[in-house]
Design a protein around this ligand. Structure first.
Ligand SMILES: *[C@@H]1O[C@H](CO)[C@@H](O)[C@H](O)[C@H]1NC(C)=O
Ligand SMILES: *[C@@H]1O[C@H](CO)[C@@H](O)[C@H](O)[C@H]1NC(C)=O
Ligand SMILES: *[C@@H]1O[C@H](CO)[C@@H](O)[C@H](O)[C@H]1NC(C)=O
Ligand SMILES: *[C@@H]1O[C@H](CO)[C@@H](O)[C@H](O)[C@H]1NC(C)=O
Ligand SMILES: *[C@@H]1O[C@H](CO)[C@@H](O)[C@H](O)[C@H]1NC(C)=O
Ligand SMILES: *[C@@H]1O[C@H](CO)[C@@H](O)[C@H](O)[C@H]1NC(C)=O
Ligand SMILES: *[C@@H]1O[C@H](CO)[C@@H](O)[C@H](O)[C@H]1NC(C)=O
Length: 457
């Protein structure tokens, strides 16, 4: 009888402990607390037992990082005893057994243990133990970080190191972070940080190190305080030297310009400080400096058929230079009409392409119109087409669609009085804009030689 009673109690106890695991009788919302020095901190506890039905008995104790353990508060439902040493420092909150630490200082850091025995009135002899540990740190908020740079002046790429230092007047356990142009910097073979990241050392400064630097200081109680910005100026270059022109036709290193055209060439390179530019002509056996500055003006009528030019960029701080060569050819590369448009209103190349495309399309339309309306052709297609030709329509010259596809150009035939009379000619397939220009040019040149090559061949 006694044995069954005891085992029943034991089973009951196990059950209670099991249910206790899923629904704890106390809950501490946060087991880690970061306190601010001088402020108070609440170690908050939520009780989940019916206060009137239980007897409680417990303690709050403190373990310092050094390991010494002190009991701070001992309490029951009726009475509370606060350690004499902490009487003004602690506030114990009944009935929820929360603890308040006032005017935090460094000494308050460590682990706080809550031990609680709960005994239900309707179940004498059954005591449930609850134990929790809360970790507390106490920090001084971080003051605004101050950034310093050494050397303070601009440095030359590949020839100097730079050191950036971040410091704070106040703050404990401060961690530092570095940003360049708002991007976080990490350690690399050229970027070295001190243990606490307060110093960034750049060994052998490069072009890509140029930028605006910030340091960010933070700790557990201060989030990301940014220093003022510091610019690291790096002299570098010249890099990526190139010559460009809005006018003329470019093919690799060769620019073709129309006779009589006034052309500007722009020389550009990535460099700090900006380069000085020199233009050199290599046309007359010996080289000759013809202009200083980034923009060269060339009047084509002053040129021979083709001339070699050279743009040289020089950075007088890095003492480095680069040069690029190009050839200038004076030749007609656009049909007369289009050239006038271009010269007249300084059309961009794109507009020139559009105009020529429109021209070609209207030309093609006219060609097809003429083809379909020609009585001779109509008659031919009605009566004269043999069966074999119908089966192989691509045999007769102008029914061949692939041959018809291409570029068409109006050319006035000298001697013919009807000024509106025009002849069209199909050309080889259009491959690029560049090709288009040259092919048009070819047509103009060749048409008078083969005037008989007409539509109704
Ligand atoms: C515990 O009690 C104190 C005082 O009554 C109250 O300020 C605090 O919010 C309570 N904490 C919880 C977790 O209920
Ligand atoms: C004892 O009381 C608690 C709360 O009042 C209740 O949840 C529990 O079921 C009771 N236990 C028994 C054995 O009556
Ligand atoms: C830069 O630092 C490296 C080592 O980190 C050193 O060898 C080198 O001499 C330094 N260069 C200058 C210009 O101070
Ligand atoms: C960096 O971020 C700040 C604000 O977050 C912005 O004002 C500034 O323009 C940014 N700088 C760069 C280089 O993106
Ligand atoms: C230093 O900075 C790096 C990169 O931002 C970071 O990974 C590292 O944890 C930092 N170290 C310290 C001690 O703050
Ligand atoms: C370097 O070049 C800049 C402009 O290109 C010029 O103002 C400066 O006087 C030059 N310095 C030297 C030392 O030649
Ligand atoms: C270029 O100059 C060299 C000597 O400076 C001379 O021998 C050569 O004939 C010249 N060539 C031309 C095309 O003038």
């Amino acid at each position: 009888m006694e044995a069954t009673g005891r085992s029943a109690l034991y089973v009951c106890c196990v059950l209670l402990i099991l249910t206790e695991v899923s629904s704890e009788l106390i809950h501490i919302p946060s087991l880690v607390h970061h306190g601010i020095e001088g402020k108070s901190m609440l170690l908050s506890v939520e009780t989940r037992y019916p206060l009137e039905d239980v007897e409680i008995q417990g303690t709050w104790s403190h373990t310092r990082p050094s390991g010494t353990r002190t009991t701070l508060v001992a309490f029951t439902k009726e009475a509370t005893i606060i350690n004499m040493m902490y009487r003004n420092h602690l506030l114990f909150k009944e009935p929820n057994v929360s603890l308040i630490i006032r005017e935090l200082n460094h000494e308050d850091e460590g682990d706080y243990h809550l031990n609680l025995n709960i005994e239900f009135n309707n179940q004498t002899g059954l005591v449930i133990k609850e134990e929790r540990t809360v970790h507390v740190t106490v920090d001084v908020p971080v003051s605004n970080p101050v950034i310093q740079k050494s050397p303070s002046y601009a440095v030359v790429e590949d020839k100097a190191n730079a050191t950036l230092t971040c410091s704070v007047e106040r703050g404990t356990r401060v961690v530092f972070q570095w940003l360049r142009d708002n991007q976080t910097l990490g350690a690399s073979n050229r970027y070295h940080f001190t243990q606490d990241n307060s110093t960034l050392f750049i060994s052998t400064v490069r072009k890509e190190d140029k930028g605006t630097y910030h340091c960010v200081a933070s700790n557990a109680v201060s989030q990301g305080l940014h220093s003022r910005a510091v610019d690291l100026n790096v002299y570098y270059g010249p890099y990526n030297l190139e010559v460009n022109s809005d006018q003329g036709l470019r093919t690799g290193e060769v620019f073709t310009i129309n006779p009589g055209e006034l052309v500007f060439f722009e020389c550009q390179a990535d460099s700090n400080p900006p380069n000085s530019y020199v233009w050199i002509s290599k046309s007359r056996n010996a080289t000759q400096v013809i202009y200083e500055g980034p923009r060269l003006e060339v009047r084509s009528y002053k040129l021979a058929q083709a001339e070699e030019y050279l743009c040289r960029a020089f950075n007088n701080v890095t003492q480095k230079q680069d040069e690029t060569q190009f050839t200038l050819v004076v030749a007609k590369y656009l049909a007369g009409k289009e050239k006038h448009i271009q010269e007249g209103s300084n059309f961009p190349p794109f507009a020139a392409v559009v105009v020529s495309s429109l021209f070609i399309i209207s030309c093609m339309l006219l060609f097809f119109l003429k083809r379909t309306c020609s009585p001779k052709r109509v008659l031919m297609s009605i009566y004269n087409r043999p069966l074999s030709e119908q089966k192989r329509p691509h045999r007769s010259g102008h029914e061949d669609a692939t041959e018809d596809f291409g570029i068409y150009e109006f050319v006035s035939v000298p001697g013919k009085m009807e000024s509106a009379q025009a002849s069209c000619r199909s050309l080889a397939r259009l491959e690029s804009v560049q090709d288009m220009h040259t092919t048009i040019y070819d047509v103009i040149r060749h048409v008078p030689e083969t005037p008989s090559h007409s539509l109704l061949e």
